[in-house]
Design a protein around this ligand. Sequence first.
Ligand code: ATP
Length: 362
Amino acid sequence: MQSVTFEHVTKYFGQSKAVNDAHFKIEEGEFFTLLGPSGCGKTTLLRTIAGFYKQEEGNLYFGERLMNDVPTHNRDIGMVFQNYAIFPHMTVFENVAYGLRARKVNKKEIEERVMEALEMVELGHLRDRAPSNMSGGQQQRIALARAIVIRPSLLLMDEPLSNLDAKLRIKMRSDIRKLQKDLNITTIYVTHDQEEALAVSDRIAVLSEGRVQQIGLPHEIYSYPSNRFVANFIGTSNFVRGTSGPYSAATGSAQIGVQGVSKTMKLAAAYEGEVLISVRPENVGVAVQRGHEEELPGEIETVTFLGEKVSYGIRLADGQRLEASVHSVEPRRMLREKMSVFVDLRLDRAVIFDETGKEAVY
Ligand code: ATP
């Protein structure tokens, strides 16, 4: 087990910063995910940990040890890639044994450790098969066994599940999570899939354009995104324009208003002026009759039946659009297009940003 610390790490390609001032710590035994859209710098950050790249600025530590100039083969890491990178001409057993033979481990120990790793990924019975005629999921398990058999202090995984079909991905991600907890090995996992990140991680770092936008527990990132990018990237968000003020220092709260209707809300900062309110579709209520005064008048524009849920596209009286996601009801009670409705924005579950969306002020 090992902790990993980035101290103001910046990595350039030419003039552009693929990683811009990474400054955080991954704790021992953590399952830590680097999450973000294509090109945000997550692979570059992972390759910097592996020692394939060296940062131009800042320091990288494993535990207390400065790693800036330590070559990859002395970093004690196991790696799993998207494309498996297994040897097709070797048996499953030989693929997994490869790293141990390179380390001159004796024959008896190789036999024991390879079988132990293969049992962990449920491939013990296929030890003598050739990987080339095995499924993608099985090949990825071989790659996983090969990474853990050397008992590295750090496991790095770069989009390991993206070549698998959707159902297998879900099965594999819970298998990987369980294996990681059983082995208690610090794991750094790269993905662009937010659902996957929420499902497997202890903590997540959300990246955009080389910069860490937020680090937190999955439910923190989901419920309390620190800016508009994170709110939009993780799950679905409505963004509604409103106002904040007057702010009361005594109570730490302000009136948050939308379309002339306002609610008192606690704010983290004294903020008055235009705000952007981010509210999840599941936190938008919609009804034909007005339940209370704080509801906003609007009209149903679209109705999308999704089985368990129905998604309503709604236009508020001031022209702003938002989406409400509600549990399905019997067909005759479903709302229809062009119906006049009242919308309940559950502001207690909303996140309030400054008007640019750069910063949360709730
Ligand atoms: P993806 O999910 O598409 O792999 P990513 O988030 O992993 O994306 P990186 O591969 O880390 O992103 O790339 C970050 C930025 O650095 C991108 O703008 C990319 O074009 C650039 N980049 C990455 N590798 C190189 C390289 N070897 N030479 C020049 N630029 C590079």
